[in-house]
Design a protein around this ligand. Structure first.
Ligand code: UGA
Length: 443
């Protein structure tokens, strides 16, 4: 089938590459000529395990092409995926200008029936706005060509996006038109074997499902983070509590890991956008607001814990950071807890020596050269002469460190584990002062 994808960012590239992989003829469009040049010369503008290879193979097979020619894109695909960004506005609501500009382009150039598929995370009611925009553009041309707008939110996790697309938990298709639903069912058939995972629902429910899923996951995390702070004060161990409650299948073990807060491009943005949507229709959300407030406080926790160790004065101190990305297997630092910590440390007059397995270039891009940031060669180099080590991201390679080497390399044997990935006993046995989240300091 012919597919056009507008937006060659994270969602667009993964969607395009996976749809091409199963044999579709995919044309990816982006307004950024540099990005398209890079893709056409074999490069990939984002880091995602497996994506390079998938793009390369399908490009070579001629099933995946990249262009800035939007008009050609509209002509190409029966399916017109909209996978452009919806960055938050100043007030937290999703900015729809890119989505609507694609809709307008489609309306300006379409010559036959088209299915517009909203892949971007968009507020409830966006499909209606997209349809209205296409209708207006068609009217300007004195045309009335048939089209449909479908809400088909993506549920990709960074670092596991290919797997998530190839073997989805669910494929949500929001449309009131049974014929369109069948066409999407055919497009998704290769990813929907064994058990039917495709759910057809009305457009607004599909749009809300995406926000509901992310808000629920964010709620689980904030709940555990709040509980971890209570556990610490009452002298309980949140890790034991986690296992204790997770054993109840109604609660489950997944996504109840306490830590130093959630980040990334989705949870913070989506929780805020859902809050805005609720307020926009006259409903004051209580829980969503609390989820966000708890997360905000949790991101400041690492700094507060460090400060307490240095009698409130971090000026002139050097702090080693392991992990800069908002989670492992990505170089994405958007809303990462590391940023809140680094910025607080700098404001307090401290210096940072950081290491991340893949986000070093991203850190350089974000912060540039500055005297109070050293981007270390490797994990051990980050420790040299530092007054403490803070683990901010739970990369696998930090999970089983050489504790004695850490103690001997640090100027002061203080280890703050922001993700509870280490064994307190082992750390303490090696002579480190070990602090973590929701557990009393190990002795
Ligand atoms: C999230 C969702 O998990 C995806 O299902 C969704 O499709 C995606 O957003 C999206 O809307 O596009 P992602 O942002 O890639 O995916 O990252 P997650 O793996 O969900 O992690 C988010 C944050 O929560 C990370 O900072 C992570 O460290 C934190 N987290 C996660 C915890 O603190 N505790 C946990 O138990 C789990």
């Amino acid at each position: 089938m012919e597919v056009t994808i507008f937006g060659s960012g994270y969602v667009g590239l993964v969607t395009g590459a996976c749809l091409a992989e199963v044999g579709n003829d995919v044309l990816c469009i982006d307004v950024d000529p540099d990005k398209i040049d890079l893709l056409n010369s074999g490069g990939v503008p984002i880091y995602e395990p497996g994506l390079d290879e998938l793009i390369r193979n399908n490009r070579e097979a001629g099933r995946l092409r990249f262009s800035t020619d939007a008009e050609a894109g509209v002509k190409h695909g029966l399916f017109q995926f909209i996978a452009v960004g919806t960055p938050p506005d100043e007030d937290g609501s999703a900015d729809l200008q890119y989505v609507l500009s694609v809709a307008r382009t489609i309306g300006q150039h379409m010559e036959g029936y088209r299915i517009l598929v909203d892949k971007s995370t968009v507020p409830v009611g966006t499909a209606d706005k997209v349809a209205e925009t296409v209708r207006t553009a068609l009217a300007e041309r004195d045309q009335s060509i048939d089209f449909d707008v479908v809400s088909n939110p993506e549920f990709l996790k960074e670092g596991a996006a290919i797997e998530d697309f190839m073997r989805p938990d669910r494929i949500i298709v929001g449309t009131d038109n049974p014929r369109t639903a069948e066409l999407l069912r055919a497009l998704y058939a290769p990813f929907n074997r064994n058990r039917d995972r495709l759910m057809v629902m009305d457009v607004r429910s599909a749009e809300l499902t995406k926000y509901a899923a992310n808000a629920m996951l964010a709620t689980k995390i904030s709940f555990m983070n709040e509980l971890s702070n209570i556990a610490e004060i009452v002298g309980a161990d949140i890790e034991k509590v986690r296992v204790g409650i997770g054993s109840d299948p109604r609660i489950g073990y997944q996504f109840i890991y306490p830590g130093c807060g959630y980040g990334g491009s989705c949870f913070p943005k989506d929780v805020r956008a859902l809050e805005r949507t609720a307020r926009g229709v006259g409903y004051e959300p209580q829980l969503l607001q609390a989820v966000e407030a708890v997360n905000f406080r949790q991101k400041e926790l690492l700094f507060d814990k460090l400060k307490a160790q240095f009698d409130g004065d971090l000026a002139g101190r050097t702090i080693a950071l392991w992990g800069l990305a908002f989670k492992p297997n990505t170089d994405d630092m958007r809303e990462a807890s590391s940023r809140v910590l680094m910025e607080s440390l700098w404001a307090a007059g401290a210096k940072v020596q950081a290491f991340d397995p893949v986000a070093m270039d991203e850190a350089r891009r974000l912060y540039g050269e500055r005297p109070d940031l050293v981007l270390a060669e490797d994990a051990t180099a980050a420790l040299v002469g530092a007054d403490a080590l803070v683990i901010v991201t739970e990369w696998t390679q930090f999970r089983s460190p050489n504790f004695r080497l850490i103690r001997d390399t640090l100027a002061r044997p203080l280890l703050l584990d922001g993700r509870n990935i280490l064994d307190p006993q082992q750390a303490t046995a090696a002579g480190l002062t070990y602090l973590s989240i929701g557990r009393a300091p190990a002795t």
